[in-house]
Design a protein around this ligand. Sequence first.
Ligand code: SOE
Length: 384
Amino acid sequence: MQKIKVAVAGLGFIGPVHVESLRRLPNIEVIAATHIDPQGGVAKTRQLGIERFYDDFETLLLDDDIDCVHICTPNHLHYTMAKAALLAGKHVVCEKPLANTLEEAKALTELAAKVGKVNAIHFNVRYYPLVRQMRIMREKGELGDVFSVIGTYLQDWLFYQTDYNWRLEPEVSGDSRAIADIGSHLMDLLEYITGLQIISVMADFNTVHKTRKKPLKPIETYSGKILKPEDFQEVPVNTEDFATVLLKFDNGHSGVITVSQVAAGRKNRINLEISGSKKSFSWCSEKPESLWIGHRDAPNQELMRDPSLFYPGSASLISYPGGHAEGFGDTSKQLFKEVYAAIADGKTAEQPLFPTFKDGFREQMLCESIIESNKKQSWIHITN
Ligand code: SOE
């Protein structure tokens, strides 16, 4: 089998998740990496058993053996790296957000279409099998019209004033934090499942910790929870720890999302309540193997992740029988399986099932409208 050769840029929290997930697929070989800190990068590359390390991204792109590049660096590097990779003739899988501005996201989407390379964005939450099962059940009319959507995404890794991360720095992470970082997953998810489009938003942000204590040495996502910094500097913070956004959908109905990164005890918890004219769905990412199905005049049901009970389109995202738990790491594996099938088949032009730069652009557009709504404390209509 001709293996597709892959490089990963950025070996912080999510980069190694990409490497591990890619290695579970038979037609892929991870052959190279690069990292912002060359010394630490060499050690991480060796630890991950990757054969080649490049001190800089430009040199990595000169390696003709590399077919596809995964961009797992901080947000402010996504645009320049994705653009350079596409121009170097590589397929690109980019972590969300696609870019830090709408203009950059638009330019990348147009460039990807022009060069005809496979392009994907890591909205991996779509790949919990029950998420696609909900989508297919809705497509088959089993949910009915969507009356309302209530979504929350709660974390606690930034709970303390001493929790610090590059996501707190707008020049690196962009002008929104909780909405852009995790609200993007939530909005992509609810549009993916319901088939609805958000057409207006009314947002309200809150920065719980107006200042934070920045450790004097770099730390990685989530690792700050265990770090006891000996000394740090107090810095102002003006991006949101918490946000609530009222939503209006193109079917005339409404919804609401709430995101927080300071919710003690909620580790990485997406919860969806989707109410339809025939039944309701309730799903939680911390219990991803179970879907609650609510009825007005019949007993409520629980659908467990079991390929024999799923439609083919969602059963294709399941590798193990019911009861043999699959989770967060499996979502990336299943997403990459669909991306690399498209690369192997040379299907760069079709509208694929997996999330592409177009979905990244849409999320950028929603996030910018939400930022504007919060600033103006008014409803903002989404112009497609
Ligand atoms: C931090 O909020 C984070 O790592 C996000 O950046 C990821 O997208 C999410 O999957 C887990 O939490």
